[in-house]
Design a protein around this ligand. Structure first.
Ligand code: NAD
Ligand code: ZN
Length: 375
């Protein structure tokens, strides 16, 4: 589509005095098999004193496993197991803040999130809400956070979302599904240990991995693209192709997908996602469809926007014998369609990235409804 090229390789102007975004990166990262065991040493200098705990938010899939036994829990540190069965909610973050304030006199020394995007996002949001007043819902949007978050560490156990590197934490709020996008959201430390993704069920591996693939396609085909995003996006796409289209040894595949996720996240940091994500947000908000699978449900129907990306995606689905659920929108009422469409249309930066400034002339509620009806 010609329209997509109009702002290619330019940057995203914000204010006249601030032509280029000055965005934060994760300042410290450890990578390698077994690097999880360095967590205790990493946390030690961050401990304020014995009454200021480290709070570990851990995916409950690990309850009772060796991984939990390896968590460096000392003093009054607390491990909180959380299910990743549903996407993280603002009210869940608020309840965690309250629990911590009730249980401890002191602000925690740090928050550590161990799990997939769900746990990583909860950890980021909790770190922000330990120092910012009110409900997490008040900060959903762009640059609404006033105060620096407390020290927080992200340890992914499944690869794809790029949540380990992004400056957002995507939350379901009372009236919207939207990220807390801020300079204080980004982790202070990330530990990338490819061994931790051992044991991810195949379908989930695929859906979360495809989140990364779709980040690359949407970033590389977007109007916000610049050389910075492109360099990360191309590397990530190359790694995704190796992981999902070749037959790599298992460990190499895990290592490469972990780095694909990182690069995919870096690519969208300086650009944006696009059509699949906007529509997937609608599915997530109305039907609770999780991010990775929702993206796949939508992406297969987006040939007109991403022809090459969709054709490669179909190849990957076939190779790995993945079943993408169908018919989930077939019984929806008109008002339910309207709600999903309104959530999707609200994601203006995504549409502008995908289709340019004139996106409203291309994307109408009827158009979105016709895509949702196929799902
Ligand atoms: P997830 O955290 O929702 O987990 C998916 C499933 O995998 C869960 O059942 C979980 O228990 C299981 N799992 C995780 N690690 C495992 C392991 N090692 N072994 C066995 N099972 C394991 O998955 P996700 O796809 O990484 O995250 C989705 C979330 O990420 C959504 O809430 C989405 O909004 C968010 N997200 C955030 C960003 C961001 O930049 N902040 C970007 C994309 C998506
Ligand atoms: Zn995504």
């Amino acid at each position: 589509m010609k329209i997509k090229k109009e702002r290619r390789l330019k940057n995203i102007p914000t204010r006249a005095s601030e032509k280029y975004r000055n965005f934060p990166m994760v300042p410290r990262v450890v990578y390698g098999i077994g690097s999880f065991d360095q967590l205790g040493t990493i946390l030690m200098p961050k401990r304020k004193h014995s009454e200021a705990p480290v709070i570990y938010l851990v995916d409950d899939v690990f309850e009772g496993t060796d991984l939990v036994a390896r968590i460096p829990k000392i003093f009054c540190d607390q491990i909180v197991f959380i299910s990743a069965g549903e996407e993280p909610k603002t009210e869940q973050v608020d309840a965690l803040v309250e629990m911590i304030k009730d249980n401890f006199q002191e602000l925690p020394s740090g928050i550590v999130g161990i799990g997939g995007g769900t746990l990583l996002d909860l950890a980021k949001a909790l770190a922000i809400m330990m120092t910012n007043k009110g409900s997490a819902a008040e900060y959903q949007g762009w640059d609404l956070v006033q105060k620096k978050s407390i020290y927080h560490v992200g340890i992914p156990t499944i690869s794809g979302t790029g949540a380990e590197v992004s400056r957002t934490t995507v939350l379901m709020g009372p009236d919207k599904k939207l990220g807390i996008n801020s300079d204080y959201t980004t982790f202070d430390q990330v530990i990338l240990d490819p061994d931790l993704t051992n044991g991810v069920p195949k379908q989930q591996w695929f859906f979360t991995g495809m989140d990364c693939y779709i980040h690359c396609i949407e970033s590389l085909n977007g109007t916000f693209l610049n050389a910075f995003s492109q360099s990360y996006g191309e590397k990530s796409l190359e790694l995704c192709k190796e992981v999902f289209l070749k037959d790599l040894p298992v460990l190499e595949s895990r290592e490469k997908l972990m780095m694909a996720s990182w690069h995919g996240g870096m690519s969208i940091a300086y650009s944006q996602v696009g059509v699949a994500h906007a529509l997937s947000y609608g599915l997530g908000y109305l039907l609770g469809v999780k991010h990775g699978i929702g993206n796949c449900m939508v992406f297969q129907h987006l040939e007109e926007f991403y022809p090459e990306g969709v054709s490669l995606f179909n190849e990957m689905v076939k190779k790995h014998e993945i079943e993408i659920p169908t018919g989930i929108c077939k019984d929806l009422s008109e008002s339910e369609f309207d709600k999903m469409i309104s959530v999707a249309l609200n994601m203006e930066p995504l549409w502008e990235n995908a289709l340019g400034r004139q996106w409203k002339s291309i994307i109408t509620p009827e158009k979105l409804k016709s895509i949702y009806k196929k799902i």
